[in-house]
Design a binder for this molecule. Structure first.
Ligand code: FMN
Length: 200
């Protein structure tokens, strides 16, 4: 059975980037990002660890209203267009799943896993720049692959919207930030002598 709880209260021990991060449901439409900031996000992704250092990722980056953005926006689902249109930057996250022109795995079965870490790196770098991120899947994967000629050995996996949040963490949709308890996420762990630690 899965039970849920509120996000952990900040006991002052978790890193503030973790307790302060949230996925906004609205971005400030007046906020813009620079090419340099985009470079920093891409560099953060490049520094992520990956299986065998395979670095199985690529990104489509679109600053609001640039030529790539104009091609990308119509391919979003209405549910994400509502808020993603105001984000300063949209990024499509691509995982290199297979060798070009071959059914073989080039990068190992960890390519999606590795891509996720690269996106997490981008998220943390964005926080350091005072920006928020909402990842999403509500878009037309096949249409993006066609529009940007993504080869079949790469998977269009997810997207990330970056920008200045138009609300604070307390303004998140009720329930959207609930978390499984610590006990729920532990499959195996030696019994703790301290009950308060075990309860979590
Ligand atoms: C892979 C992935 C896909 C997601 N897809 C969507 C989406 O399509 N639409 C949306 O509004 N949020 C989407 N989210 C955001 C999650 O709903 C959000 O991260 C979750 O509710 C936890 O909230 P928090 O990020 O504020 O902690 C997605 C997040 C991830 C990591």
């Amino acid at each position: 059975m899965v039970t849920t709880c509120s996000p952990p209260d900040d006991p002052g021990e978790l890193h503030p980037a973790l307790t302060g991060r949230f996925s906004p449901q609205a971005f400030d439409p007046r906020s813009t990002m620079t090419e340099r900031q985009v470079d920093l996000l891409l560099d953060a992704a490049r520094l992520a660890p990956s299986a065998g250092n395979s670095q199985p990722w690529s990104f489509i980056a679109a600053l609001r209203d640039d030529v790539v953005h104009r091609r990308l926006m119509p391919l979003l689902a209405p549910s994400s267009t509502r808020w993603a249109a105001d984000a300063s930057l949209l990024v499509v996250n691509l995982a290199h799943a297979r060798v070009a022109d071959s059914p073989e795995w080039q990068y190992s079965e960890f390519s999606q896993y590795d891509l996720g870490q690269a996106v997490a790196h981008m998220t943390m770098q964005a926080l350091a720049l005072g920006l928020a991120v909402r990842q999403f899947r509500a878009f037309d994967r096949d249409a993006i692959a066609r529009e940007f000629e993504v080869p079949t050995h790469m998977d269009v996996t997810s997207m990330s919207a970056f920008g200045v949040a138009a609300h604070d963490i307390a303004g998140s949709l009720p329930g959207s930030r609930s978390r499984r308890t610590r006990r729920d996420v532990v499959w195996v762990r030696a019994e703790s002598p301290d009950e308060s630690t075990a309860e979590g």
